[in-house]
Design a protein around this ligand. Sequence first.
Ligand SMILES: [Zn+2]
Length: 167
Amino acid sequence: MIECGREADVFEAVAFGRWPSHAAPELQAHVAGCPICRDLLAVAAAMQDDRRRLIRAAEPPTAAIVWWRATIRARAEAAHAAMRPMTMWQAVAGTCVAALTAAIAAGVWRSGIAGSAAADLVARLAISRAGSPLAGFGIEHALLVLAGVVACIVLAPIALYFALADD
Ligand SMILES: [Zn+2]
């Protein structure tokens, strides 16, 4: 015999805290004579003790603290969501500024390093293209504008990608 018809009653008495003081005398008498219910009682009582101890040891926060934490978290998440596009545009602007700075630096470096050669070239171009409207523009400025245009062409898809990735 591995089952007893009173197991549910014994378990219920233990689970609801009625065992042993508030349990029916008839049930107590049955448990005293039934090995299956005695085993069940031993296991259920141990689990019930453990549960009671855990409940006593637990220190759940008060409702006010839970509410306060939820409010703080909601505010932080809203602020984070609002800052995201701003951060993205700052990154795009920073990239543009860095690229422009690099382009200007490259133009300055070229005109500085190849100063004498560029001067010769500019002089020759100025002589050979004296009649053209670009004659007085200067090769350094042309290089600078070219670098800026290239930077814009390279950075435009990146900026577009970030703008569309936000959605
Ligand atoms: Zn029994």
